[in-house]
Design a protein around this ligand. Structure first.
Ligand SMILES: [Zn+2]
Length: 227
């Protein structure tokens, strides 16, 4: 099975089982090099780490993308739950979207308490595809984003039976728009647990869920062969 978003380069995150594969997003200049060791990786600056970066790093990111083979730009985005300069967040997010446009790559977006702003920004870049990973927006935002062609990533949060809002969004989002992930959860192989919850919520056999969600990731990230 393919994990669409797992930080397996992080200390404390376990290894993937050999039958699994995953997409490894980077969080900033400190791990760009580390993620390039994996088969599938994305290059970008996570909003939590903006303070460690300057506009020179954006130029370096451009070069790094040009000299390597990322399958996506990210993770990038907006997080209005954190006390990080909003203006700087918006500028860096737009720069990442420009890079996605330039290199014709999909974007991996982190959006917390900022999905309205993310949607408004994405509308300025109509040619871009991508995903909102760890989706935490509303049901209407989920519908709006999928109508714009964006996929939604769901992880361990949906395994909590108290996540009623999120679980109903999973139930109502067409399977073609769902990606399964574990983000920074300690065991990336637990994506299977997420798949079982999606299966239960949608009343579809789990093997069909895995097949479709794998295909969603392969097609969004333009991956020809699964390793
Ligand atoms: Zn992440």
């Amino acid at each position: 099975m393919l994990n669409s978003h797992a930080h397996i380069d992080f200390v404390g995150v376990e290894k993937l089982e050999s039958t699994n594969s995953c997409i490894v997003p980077s969080i900033g200049k400190n791990n760009w090099h580390a993620v390039t060791k994996f088969a599938y990786y994305a290059l970008g600056i996570h909003p939590w780490y903006l303070e460690e970066h300057t506009t020179d790093d954006l130029k370096m990111l451009d070069q790094y993308i040009n000299n390597n083979n990322p399958i996506a730009i990210g993770e990038c985005g907006l997080d209005f739950n954190r006390n990080i300069n909003k203006k700087k967040q918006k500028i860096y997010f737009q720069e990442h979207l420009s890079l996605a446009q330039k290199y014709q790559l999909p974007v991996v977006i982190h959006s917390v308490n900022a999905t309205e702003e993310v949607i408004m920004t994405l509308k300025q870049f109509p040619s871009i595809s991508g995903e909102i990973h760890g989706f935490s927006g509303s049901a209407s935002q989920a519908e709006l984003l999928t109508n714009m062609g964006f996929l939604l990533g769901f992880g361990m949060q949906i395994t909590n039976i108290n996540s009623t809002k999120l679980r109903s969004i999973v139930a109502n989002t067409p399977l073609e728009f769902i990606l399964i992930e574990t983000d920074d959860h300690h065991n990336p192989n637990d994506m299977l647990k997420v798949a079982y919850v999606v299966a239960e919520l949608k009343q579809i056999p789990v093997d069909k869920i895995i097949e479709q969600c794998d295909n969603n990731a392969l097609s969004l990230f333009n991956i020809k062969t699964k390793t």
